[in-house]
Design a protein around this ligand. Structure first.
Ligand code: SAH
Length: 265
């Protein structure tokens, strides 16, 4: 008589932040878990080369772009994670940046909790931290900003519904994620709610990668500068007087000569 196989022990799902773009900004913990995973379920904003760290025999499943029609519906994706874990697999759910900052990480693990699937969360370098560091824009600075706000600039029905009076306060830095499509409206609202038109503001595209581009201007000129430069997603908007430090502090992609002049490679 053949003995029936015992059901596999439920695997764990690791919700892992992969950082903003540069592969060496992965945490040591993320690198180890990706290398050990039986299945890696990944999003579109994953640093190049990260999947190469997974085992050759690991399942690699693209969950797609959240805003695109070709993405896996969120419900289907949640059930996929549950199914893989129930098969006993060690699952890495890989997210760009940090999973708990505009990454819907909370929603995904709520479902795992409901299904009784064990999970762990591995933080990553969020785009604001990565872009600010690689652009040379400190997000706080004793002379400039005592607070920093991360906010979504995603447009709903063509408008950005945000607490503008709070965002337009002085002495803080505001970082808009997903705001590039609404940059005109964002800059206009910041001025309407009290910031000077000359308030320094920047856009960082593909931050931390070799394709990083940084545009610095002010609230009145940033939208047209961004259009002229053909900047598209992924990009962050940073508003605050800390942006004025970028001229001195930019280091990535530039060698600074002893005279303080920037030399591009
Ligand atoms: N969880 C992610 C954010 C996901 S929302 C994190 O913590 O970073 C996606 C938005 O993040 C993009 O629209 C863009 O505004 C920003 N973003 C992500 N990676 C970026 C990068 N390398 N450079 C600039 N912006 C980036």
């Amino acid at each position: 008589m053949s003995q029936s196989q015992p059901p596999p022990r439920t695997g764990t799902v690791y919700l892992v932040g992969s950082g903003p773009g540069a592969i060496d900004l992965l945490t040591v913990r993320a690198t180890r878990l990706i290398g050990e995973a039986d299945a890696v379920v990944y999003d579109h904003l994953i640093a190049e080369g990260v999947l190469g760290l997974a085992r050759a025999d690991a399942l690699k499943i693209y969950a797609g772009k959240e805003t695109s029609k070709h993405s896996m519906p969120q419900g289907e994706l949640n059930l996929l994670l549950v199914r893989l874990a129930r098969e006993g697999k060690k699952v890495v759910r890989l997210k760009g940046g940090d999973p708990f900052i505009f990454g819907r990480g909370g929603e995904e693990i709520e479902i795992l909790f409901e299904f009784g699937i064990p999970f762990e969360v591995v933080p990553g370098v969020t785009a604001a931290a990565g872009c600010a560091a690689y652009a040379g824009i400190p997000l706080t600075h004793r002379d400039h900003a005592q607070a920093v706000v991360f906010v979504t600039g995603h447009l709903r029905d063509g408008t950005v519904n945000l607490d503008w009076p709070a965002l337009a306060r002085p002495n803080q830095t505001v970082v808009f994620y997903m705001g590039i499509g609404g940059i005109g409206e964002i800059c206009r609202q910041m001025i309407t709610h009290g910031l000077p038109a000359t308030q320094p503001a920047a856009v960082v595209q593909n931050g931390t990668s070799s394709r990083q581009r940084v545009i610095t201007a002010d609230l009145s000129t940033l939208p047209s500068r961004v259009t002229e430069a053909g900047i598209s997603s992924p990009a962050l908007i940073i508003v605050g007087t800390v942006v004025s430090l970028q001229k001195k502090l930019a280091w990535f992609g530039a060698r600074v000569s002893s005279g303080g002049q920037e030399v591009r490679d």
